[in-house]
Write a protein that binds this ligand. Sequence first.
Ligand SMILES: Cc1ncc(COP(=O)(O)O)c(C=O)c1O
Length: 438
Amino acid sequence: MSKLAIEGGEKAVRKLGPYTSKIHKEELEEVLDLWEYPAGVKNKLVAIIEKNAGRINGPHLFRYYNPRPSKVTEAENAFAKYIGAKHALAVNSCTSALIASLRALGIGMGDEVIVPAYTFFASAAVIVACNAIPVIADIDETLTLDPKDVARRITPRTKAIIVVHMRGMPARMDELMTIARERNIPVIEDVAQAAGGMYKGKMLGSIGTMGCFSFDYYKVLNSGEGGFITTNDPWLYTRAQSWHDCAACWRPNRFEAERREGELFCGENYRMSELQGAVALAQIRKAKKFLKGYRAAKKSIVKKLILPKGAQLQPVADSVGDTGICLVLFMPDVATTRRALAAMQAEGVPAGGIYDHKVKDWHIYVYWEHILDRKSVARDGLPWSGVPADQLPAYSTNMCPRSTDLLSRAIMIDIHWEFSAADCSAIAKGINKVMATI
Ligand SMILES: Cc1ncc(COP(=O)(O)O)c(C=O)c1O
């Protein structure tokens, strides 16, 4: 036997690699497919990629330990700047953003969190996922939280308020922030549907304690799936990072003891991949263009509307800050709403109803049976078992009557950021034609 290398002998393994990346040209071809380029274009692109395949190594799609500049980090920097927040943390959805924010705030068993009766179910489900208790509050004509009802529902156990800027429209932030500050309750802004929106000159997501954004396919900005947390508080940012990456890859020294008590705990994995980061970055750069288009289209339609007595354009807490992604009209009663909606749709107006008691929709608390029926994922019965039964909120389908009344009389017209002047005129004409008959 030859001498061991450890004793000065010759090394058995002199050199390994270099090896190619597992992700290479084949994956890029699959990505190209998503764009649906015509076959001719795709074939040309594939030929160029093939030609360069030997010279170009594949991408590093993990944001951390990336030898190249990370697209996720670049997207975070661009988003923090756009929103006007000190920190932005990229995650894989707004649901994740909300959970990481609640966890960063230390919310857990027995805590109460206020959430509006009208929001996508995720805003309420995340509270239960943190073993806390959702307290459902009414909305007002702005379709966002009614500050008076929020004040009424605060108890000594209230540990956060989730304010949702629904359908791209800002909530009444002045009143809500005053209520929260007076009681020292943190505010999480759910900006899933309102990226780029503002309230009195401030970007949504920069006003509350933390902001949570969705980049899923249907949102103002999207990377298929994805999300961001914004905050000015470095400690909450640190704790949100801990929750979003329990592998602690985000830390300067991954295995170092916690630098301050509360920095490390058992979290999950909500990391954004470089693929999502690249798309999100390009979307953030285009945000101003999208917002300009939405706002101009909404303004153009609204200017042309002729509404009869009884019909009302939905008031917006700050119409200048409104993203403009939709336009809502309130009708005097449910029967008129149904008639007008059907008539508008027949005219080709992109209109939809919000609440029809026969159509299940997870944006309305009435259908949140997971919460109303106090369902639990495990035998422990949490979060409901964590609070004495007589201290749990009394849930029922008619607990927020103002919300269901408003939503059942609302007609929502979707706005596209590329609507032309002719599109806006045609839509306004269609609405006016129907409104003249009610
Ligand atoms: C108001 C609101 N909050 C949260 C979410 C959840 O976002 P995501 O799909 O990114 O988890 C949505 C998505 O529709 C939403 O509309």
